[in-house]
Write a protein that binds this ligand. Structure first.
Ligand code: SF4
Length: 341
């Protein structure tokens, strides 16, 4: 039997086993300089009738299967008008009564477009988790990547969502300010996260996508990507400045160099900092070996450096690159990283 409902192209990593219901198609903004997810695609909000047909089809297709989580696709379900969204949430709950979490991407502008009362109603109706692409708390960085909002709006939206009772997962992109804005990116993002205290902080490492505006900026010298090691130094500064919050912090995507940097704040903060220091304190050759090993998918964690067979495997890949003085290793690392994002 063919899958009987429409599915969008993207969902968060945490929603791998969730029921996916598509409420909108593509992204209403579609202008962030680092993002090509919906390039060339027109945004639309699906009609409640269409969405309800999909919910009925899903209920029939998955009969007997218990879902605890549902994710509303695509880029911003919160942009739907509130009565329609409430209607859809109720319809989902009726057909899937065991659901505990319904989640969606929620853009800052769309959160701010709802009143306090509306956000509470939406949360009570079941949409109790928002994934928000903060990316940075630095105005300069937000402007550089044309995010369409400033840090004050990002903070206000985050606070309003959590005050309405929603859980909030904030995405941060390491390296997004390049070399120029790295320090401000780390410090200002920490300020914004401290103000919001989201449930989850999820960091991703920048990989500049083919065809993105950021790639064009890079090509004409208006953007200097951070080398791998500096991206870890940036993360160190960010983490050092997170203070007074109780978020779960995680490098959670294959593109992140140090996946083991994940834990609960504040109690795990020192451990997480220690992992970052452990990497930064490695001898140069081991650091280089580890980065290459991660980018090739040979290593998962720092301890894998002690596996002699894997270490040698990575050395064999590195040797010809190191011999060729025309090879810029950071360019190699970046191109491997950009393929993963
Ligand atoms: S990052 Fe999010 S808001 Fe920005 S264009 Fe991509 S999908 Fe839209």
């Amino acid at each position: 039997m063919n899958y009987p409902l429409e599915v969008g192209p993207i969902r968060p990593v945490d929603e791998a086993d969730s029921l996916l219901i598509r409420t909108t198609r593509n992204c209403p903004w579609n202008r962030c300089g680092f993002c090509v997810n919906y390039h060339g695609e027109r945004f639309s909000i699906r009609s409640p009738e269409e969405i309800k047909r999909d919910i009925e089809a899903a209920a029939a297709y998955f009969e007997g299967h218990v879902f605890r989580r549902c994710f509303l696709q695509d880029g911003d379900s919160l942009i739907m008008n509130t009565p329609d969204l409430l209607d859809i949430l109720q319809y989902i709950k009726t057909h899937f009564p065991e659901l505990e979490i319904i989640s969606s991407y929620g853009r800052t502008k769309s959160i701010l477009g709802k009143s306090e009362k509306e956000l509470k109603e939406i949360c009570s109706a079941g949409l109790n988790l928002l994934y928000c692409g903060m990316e940075s708390g630095s105005d300069d960085v937000l402007q550089l990547v044309n995010k369409g909002v400033d840090a004050a709006q990002v903070i206000e939206a985050g606070i309003r969502a959590t005050q309405a009772g929603m859980r909030l997962s904030e995405f941060i992109i390491l390296g997004l300010g390049g070399i120029t804005y790295s320090e401000d990116h780390a410090r200002s993002t920490a300020v914004a996260l401290n103000a919001i205290n989201p449930d989850k902080i999820r960091v991703l490492s920048l990989g500049i996508k083919e065809g993105s505006d950021l790639q064009k900026k890079w090509q004409v010298g208006e953007f200097d990507p951070l080398p791998e090691e500096q991206m870890i130094e940036e993360q160190l500064l960010l983490l050092e400045n997170l203070d007074g919050i109780t978020s779960h912090y995680a490098n959670h995507h294959a593109v992140d160099l140090l996946l083991e940097v994940r834990g609960q704040l504040p109690q795990d903060k020192d451990n997480l900092l220690a992992i970052l220091h452990r990497f930064l304190d490695l001898p140069e050759n081991e650091k280089c070996n580890f980065i290459m090993g991660r980018r090739l998918g040979i290593y998962n964690r720092l301890d894998d450096l002690h596996d002699h067979r894997r270490y040698q495997l990575v050395e064999d890949q590195l040797e010809p690159l190191l011999r060729d003085c025309n090879t810029d290793l950071e360019v190699v690392f970046h191109s491997l990283r950009a393929k993963i994002v």
